[in-house]
Design a protein around this ligand. Structure first.
Ligand code: THU
Ligand code: ZN
Length: 309
């Protein structure tokens, strides 16, 4: 078992039908993306559009190959990239990057797809309305189902390198939250009034757990990855009406971690903690399975906290 490393060449120029950057310009954008953890804000987007004389959507589609570089795909060596264009609560546009993450020597079904990674990045970091999702390859059936859980599922555009679709075109006669009597959706969750009843709980960690989208299991839960020198990374549980495409909190946090361009090993990672709702726990097994793909990591710490209204 080796620690996950990036296998894509990272000294290349970014040139495609939408945008053309030389090697130095591409390198600078790569390091900006790593330090900003896979997010470009509206000032960054405006500056890049004027610097490279491209429209916002050409920038969006042109940068998809850079998103693919954040992929960790030791099994398939197939690097998928996705970028969500979304508005925050002030109506400002952001680009949220995403890439697939695979786990060596574990079930293939544990993979995080690039579309999930980009949507998760947007969701965790304050996006309120998704406008477009640009992807390097056609979204698989599982990702179409994952996207069908979004509040904007009927509105946003799905951009492939040379085609554009709506989700209704890609997923006709769909199954979704309302089939289970759930009127809420990812990005439009049921207001959560309860709090964790446990003294000394890290407030940010508790907020990520309470922001989990868990209409089907009620297990408000999150994962925190603490690093020695690169800050903390959080992930929240995002459930799906079809169950299988749900994104576990560990997958959510790991996807955020890899968007910072870090390697998941014992010299970077100081601690990994799972916080679950007491009485509804269901994440320890899958978290351990994902972590078993890596060696020499600190042991997973698990906290179960009861909720109080
Ligand atoms: N993959 C995605 O990231 N998105 C898709 O919709 C198609 C498939 C990834 C999953 C896996 O890491 C690799 O591509 C091969 O299926
Ligand atoms: Zn997929």
């Amino acid at each position: 078992m080796a620690s996950a490393t990036f296998t894509v060449q990272q000294d290349t120029a970014l040139t495609n039908s939408h945008i053309s950057l030389n090697v130095a310009q591409t390198a600078s954008l790569r390091s900006q993306l790593k330090s900003q953890r896979g997010i470009l804000n509206s000032n960054n987007i405006k500056a890049l559009c004027s610097q490279y004389a491209v429209s916002e959507d050409s920038l969006l589609q042109g940068l998809v190959p850079l998103a693919s570089e954040f992929s960790v795909a030791p099994v398939s060596l197939f690097h998928v990239g996705a970028i969500v264009k979304a508005l925050d609560e002030n109506g400002d546009i952001h680009f949220y990057f995403g890439a697939n993450v695979e786990f060596n020597h574990q079930a293939l079904s544990l993979v995080v797809h690039a579309e999930q990674s980009a949507i998760n990045n947007a969701w965790l970091n304050g996006a309120k309305k998704i406008l477009k999702i640009a992807i390097s390859d056609a979204p698989c059936g599982y990702c179409r189902q994952f996207m069908n859980e979004l509040a904007d599922a009927k509105e946003f555009d799905i951009l492939l390198p040379n085609q554009q679709f709506t989700l209704a075109e890609l997923l006709p006669h769909s199954f979704g939250p309302t089939d289970l009597g759930n009127e809420f959706s990812l990005f439009n969750p049921k207001p959560q009034l309860a709090k964790f009843n446990l003294d000394g709980l890290d407030e940010t960690f508790a907020r990520f757990a309470l922001n989990a989208y868990v209409p089907y299991s009620q297990n408000f839960c999150a994962v925190k990855i603490v690093t020695f020198n690169d800050g903390d990374f959080y992930g929240s549980y995002a459930e799906n009406a079809a169950y299988s495409p749900s994104l576990s909190p560990l997958q959510s946090a790991l996807s955020q971690f890899f968007l910072a361009g870090l390697s998941f090993n014992e010299s970077v990672v100081k601690g990994i903690t799972l916080l679950e709702t007491k009485g509804q726990e269901n994440q320890a097994g899958v978290a351990k399975a994902v972590l078993a793909s890596f060696s020499n990591l600190p042991a997973l710490e698990i906290i179960s906290a009861p909720l109080k209204e």
